[in-house]
Design a protein around this ligand. Structure first.
Ligand SMILES: [Zn+2]
Length: 208
């Protein structure tokens, strides 16, 4: 790839935006007010705004390997706090994707160095749902299911945070679990029953 082409693309992009709205960059420069926080995978094929058909300014984005929400990760926790407490987003999405290399690596026992402690969090998801996963004989289907369960567990990790609990009470902030099907391009809402999950976990994780 010739990186010069990126700068040519950029000139073309500016041209296209200004052709539609001459004030486009004046508006963009005046501040952001996104409705949505999107937490997705760093995978190069899962382009956040593109797959949702959204524009700059519409969505606050955080991406890491396997779309994890880990309570001691200062990076993701800062993003969640800033988006929920300051930008006042009304929706938080955790979006996983099928054929996720991070999830696949966690299903195998290879030593991946610095990635080990990161992937261990996905191995914990496997442990929590071991009975259900071990009941799936088809390896591909099991892998897809772990992708979905990982999204669910990361949504639960979000609900455990004080920022999300406060916003949930104050303005009915919604948490969503989605999966991007890389084979078809389809975005799937897992329709996770958070009311039910919340009832079960609030006893333990409730924060005033
Ligand atoms: Zn991935």
């Amino acid at each position: 790839m010739n990186l010069d082409s990126i700068f040519d693309n950029n000139k073309q992009w500016i041209h296209n935006k200004l052709a539609v709205d001459n004030d486009y960059f004046t508006k963009l420069g005046s501040g952001q007010n996104p409705e949505l926080l999107y937490i997705g995978c760093s995978d190069s094929r899962v382009a956040a705004e593109d797959l949702m058909g959204l524009e700059p300014g519409d969505v606050f984005v955080h991406r890491n390997i396997a779309n994890m929400v880990i309570s001691i990760d200062l990076n993701v926790m800062s993003v969640v706090n800033y988006a929920v407490d300051h930008l006042k987003v009304n929706h938080v999405v955790v979006c996983g994707h099928y054929a996720c290399g991070g999830v696949k690596a966690a299903m195998q026992s290879a030593d991946l160095g610095i990635l080990n402690p990161w992937l261990r969090n996905i191995r914990d998801v496997y442990r929590i749902h071991k009975a259900e996963l071990d009941g799936i004989k088809d390896e591909e289907k099991k892998y897809d299911k772990l992708v979905e369960l990982n999204v669910q567990e990361q949504c639960i990790n979000l609900i455990k945070t004080a920022a999300v609990q406060k916003a949930y009470r104050e303005r009915d902030l919604k948490v969503h679990g989605w999966v991007f099907d890389i084979h078809t391009g389809k975005l799937i809402d897992l329709k996770i029953d958070f009311e039910n999950i919340l009832e079960h976990i609030m006893e333990i994780y409730h924060l005033d």
